[in-house]
Design a protein around this ligand. Structure first.
Ligand SMILES: Cc1cc2nc3c(=O)[nH]c(=O)nc-3n(C[C@H](O)[C@H](O)[C@H](O)COP(=O)(O)OP(=O)(O)OC[C@H]3O[C@@H](n4cnc5c(N)ncnc54)[C@H](O)[C@@H]3O)c2cc1C
Length: 361
């Protein structure tokens, strides 16, 4: 018996990018459940935001852009962004009747029959003419490997498991990573911890001056160029540098953000450098970022020898049926919004059999 259901578009992921895509599908006449489905493996609305630590209040997120077509108004900056954004996404899904199916795990996307793609999920298979992949990065925390790592007697955790600063009270904490998460963790943990040490592979670059549109645009262009070449995307922060805001300035003055180069090995008691320096630690917190959660696309063989997927706009160069949203240059809330519109425009051309031809927006 073949239970494969047919649609025009499958959207995988109901974070900012997937919802933006679903909104534009709806707006241009696609009916949910008849023409497209949105599948997400998380328990509730909110994309990755639902998992972010409670101390990441709405007031601390920098530049969360609203989803297309509905503002996020009157949010209390003191409330956890995980709650604020989960509620906002839930209301968005209801307002636009997006009917997200969850929890549904997408295991694999492979070549189907008749030029269609086959999407294999925990809730049966879907056959589709186009795919909007918007699976973000949260499910693929990146843990670098260092000698001796398994021998460490303390606790190791990643940003993805960060529980908030109180959990580190009285402990000696080594934070690894020079991005926004690493610095935020340090600034939060320092008042509670017995000691903190900050290590990064490359010396952090601080950016003084406002984050103007030009700075943002230049950063996005750099990431875009990498993706065009089929290289793994970098985060936008890695190319903009860290904003030298008041909190960071204070952290530098207080010595909390006193960076040391990367250690050479991990010992049962802590971390050690080749010059004999040793820092004893109870916890190593890896704030070492995330990678694109796209393992389920492996059967399509989209990866280039450089390790990334070549993308033009949002379309995978190797397979025009596949769009990657929230990947590379669109891995920000504003980028995800734009990508949603661009992908749907492109998919409408594909489905109309007119790839490359403009359609009315
Ligand atoms: C700590 C942190 C703070 C940030 N702060 C900001 C900020 O202040 N401003 C800003 O613009 N950006 C910020 N970003 C980046 C921003 O969160 C993202 O760019 C954007 O929200 C990601 O949206 P997304 O839809 O691409 O991914 P996500 O929100 O991760 O959504 C992906 C969805 O896909 C689902 N999924 C994944 N794999 C599968 C699968 N195999 N099957 C089914 N479902 C799957 C997940 O359940 C999830 O719901 C931050 C990122 C981090 C990590």
């Amino acid at each position: 018996m073949n239970n494969t259901r047919e649609v025009e578009v499958v959207v995988v992921g109901a974070g900012q990018a997937g919802l933006a895509g679903a909104y534009h599908l709806r707006r241009t006449g696609f009916e949910p459940e008849r023409d497209f489905v949105v599948l997400d493996h998380s328990p509730g609305p909110g994309g990755a935001w639902q998992f972010r630590w409670p101390s990441l209040t709405y007031g601390k997120v920098h530049g969360m852009h609203a989803l297309p077509g509905m503002e996020l108004t009157d949010a209390d900056p003191e409330r956890a962004s995980s709650e604020v954004i989960a509620e906002y996404f839930a209301s968005y899904e209801r307002t636009f009747d997006l009917r997200v199916r969850r929890p549904v795990e997408v295991h694999a996307v492979r070549e189907g029959v008749g030029g269609r793609l086959l999407v294999e999920t925990s809730d049966g298979d879907w056959s589709t003419r186009a795919l909007i992949n918007a699976t973000g990065t949260w499910d693929r925390p990146f843990w670098p490997r260092y000698p001796g790592q398994e021998s460490f007697r303390g606790r190791q955790l990643h940003t993805a498991q960060y529980p908030g600063p109180e959990a580190f009270a009285g402990q000696r904490v080594v934070v690894v990573g020079g991005g926004a998460s690493g610095t935020q963790h340090l600034l939060e943990i320092a008042p509670y911890a017995a000691a903190t040490t900050w290590v990064t592979r490359r010396a952090p670059v601080f950016r003084a001056g406002p984050f103007t549109e030009d700075v943002g645009r230049a950063a996005v262009a750099l990431v875009e160029e990498r993706v065009r070449q089929g290289l793994p995307p970098k985060s936008v922060v890695s190319v903009t540098g860290l904003p030298l805001n008041d909190a960071i300035r204070r952290g530098i003055e207080d010595g909390v953000l006193d960076r040391r180069p990367m250690f050479d090995r991990i010992t049962p008691e802590g971390v050690e450098w080749n010059d004999g320096r040793l820092v004893r630690a109870d916890v190593i917190l890896w704030a070492t970022g995330f990678r694109a959660a796209i393992d389920h696309l492996r059967p399509l063989r989209l990866r280039e020898p450089g390790g990334g997927i070549r993308v033009e706009g949002t379309r995978a160069v190797a397979d025009p049926r596949v769009h990657l949203l929230g990947y590379g240059p669109s891995a920000s809330t504003i980028g995800a919004n734009r990508a949603g519109r661009a992908a749907v425009r492109d998919i409408r051309r594909l489905l109309a059999g007119r790839p490359g031809e403009p359609v009315a927006a």
